[in-house]
Design a protein around this ligand. Structure first.
Ligand SMILES: Cc1cc2nc3c(=O)[nH]c(=O)nc-3n(C[C@H](O)[C@H](O)[C@H](O)COP(=O)(O)O)c2cc1C
Length: 169
């Protein structure tokens, strides 16, 4: 199985979870990992809030957009104002050939209700691109470094897409 793992992380929590996914998914095959970045890195809070409202204006640093040749898209999403952080939304708008892929989205969040709203948003966006199913994984930011919690969340998600834990050993 070939995975494209794409995430954004400003404060590092989503990055921690991405590392755990990378380790788990690499037991199934190749994992190509990319951190989404603004073309001009380290945008301030105000700029990031602006882009949260207008994600289409984000200019992303180069990242693979075509999922042809991948089996799994694993997307790391920091929740910001009940939506994905702007680079993730922009990525979802731009990416191609996501139909027939397994899509796993991990949401790193402060408030669960907000993470679920964020999932609904992502799910609708992905459906418009022709993919019916997104498997969500929810990780409260304060648990992003708790290995046991994260591994359990990942194992549960992979079981949902019919990847048994045995395959990960
Ligand atoms: C300005 C700001 C807005 C946030 N808004 C939300 C929110 O609406 N819902 C939520 O669940 N978490 C929210 N959070 C918490 C982030 O989702 C959490 O800090 C996450 O870990 C950030 O990911 P990162 O560490 O990878 O950058 C917010 C955090 C910040 C700093």
């Amino acid at each position: 199985m070939k995975t494209l793992l794409v995430y954004y992380s400003h404060y590092g929590h989503t990055y921690n979870v991405a590392l755990a996914f990378q380790e788990a998914l690499s037991k199934l095959g190749t994992v190509d990992t990319y951190e989404l970045e603004y073309q001009k890195p380290r945008q301030g809070l105000l700029k990031r809030a602006f882009y949260r409202l207008y994600p289409d204006l984000v200019r992303l640093a180069p990242v693979p957009l075509d999922l042809k040749g991948y089996d799994i898209l694993c997307l790391g999403v920091p929740v910001w104002g009940g939506r994905p952080s702007a680079p993730v939304t922009k990525y979802l708008h731009l990416c191609k050939n996501i139909d027939n892929k397994i899509i796993i989205c991990f949401f790193v969040y402060g408030m669960e209700v907000s993470a679920v709203t964020c999932f609904d948003f992502v799910n609708k966006l992905v459906k418009r691109k022709g993919h019916p199913l997104v498997v969500p994984v929810y990780v409260p930011w304060e648990k992003a470094q708790q290995e046991e919690f994260v591994v359990k969340a990942i194992t549960t998600a992979l079981e949902k897409v019919s990847i048994p834990p045995l395959a990960l050993k």
